[in-house]
Ligand binder design. Sequence first.
Ligand SMILES: [Fe+2]
Length: 428
Amino acid sequence: MTAIKILTVLMVLIGTIFLSLSFQSAKKISAGISEELHQKWLIVLCLIGFFILGYIFFDLVLISNLPFPDELITGGVFLGGAVFVYIIINVSHDTIAARQKAEEAIALARDDWQTTFDAATDVITVHDMDFNIIRSNPSAQSILGLQIEEGMPLAKCFRSYHGTEKPPSGCASCQSLQTGKPSTLEIFEPHLNRHLEIRAMPRFGKDRRLIGLIHVVRDISERKLAEAKIKETLDSLRKALAATIQVLVSVVETRDPYTAGHQIRSADLARAIATEMKLSEGQIDGIRIAGTIHDIGKLSIPAEILSKPCSLTTIEFSLIKEHSRQGYKILKDVESPWPLAEMVYQHHERMDGSGYPRNLKGDEILMEARILAVADVVESMASHRPYRPGLGLGVALDEITKNRGVFYDTAVVNACLRVFNEGYKMPD
Ligand SMILES: [Fe+2]
């Protein structure tokens, strides 16, 4: 009997320890929860405390008065109850701590968002499904003159952004509402006298249901102005370059009409080949311009040699071969978007390294120069020269076909053959 009493008392003591620990946890929870939950938790705490005190009292009465085995059962029930309370309190503690952490993270994110929203220099507006602006940041208020306050009628986004009575065509909001995806529109707004980049993003509620849009709008007026100025500068540079090239062409024309005609026809053929090869528009322009002046170096060769009606001596020919280098020297300081001087320097190089003046081979030769080389050979052979009559287009095309992949780039030769097969004719 004594042993049972001792065991029962032990169980009550251990149970009391668990209850004490439960109180500690309960106090921690009480300290950590929000104001709103605090009062509710105090009521729960009082109820638990009241229940535990009553339970201890009840158990002590039972242990001292009841005969075996009820004492042992009552002690066991007390211990079990205390452990149960301990587990419940601690599980609650963990749950409440996790919830509190999540609430803190949400509050921090909300504060961060609000700060960003207020500080952004871009216009930010939040819209409902009926094109009403329901919220806007200070930038929207200063740029669009929006005042969104409680009790005021909501502003329609198309009135504020576009000054219209309905969404304009290409409207970013309409696109985004239709697709559920972000949409961007660059537009000039005369009523604001500003260029705007409007980015509309869908706004989703519960179950990913579309509930409106968020607009992030950037004033790109300064960028547009800078772009227009750059374009204007580039246009005037292009005009200046075109005038320079025309002067060079005229000089050649005055001194050596054969070379002038050859350059014009070679340039046109080179342009056609480059177009057939689907090079970029910029590259095609560069090839055409380089073509019109590719023999400019011949200005340094005595006119008697250039217009000599019979075959040239070895020395005379070596003088003529210098014209690529001389052309490079004339053009190397001309500012242009293309490597004009280098194209001219390389237009007599051959893929196998047998060309001149530097014996470049393969990839050392610019693609533009490989195209010029083929156009130059075809035009030269097909046309009449001071020292011989024209050999004809057939002979010229046979030459590039025979030496395709040896002297001349294979892709360029193939493109040249296609160009003539499709009916191309060199200008007169
Ligand atoms: Fe040449």
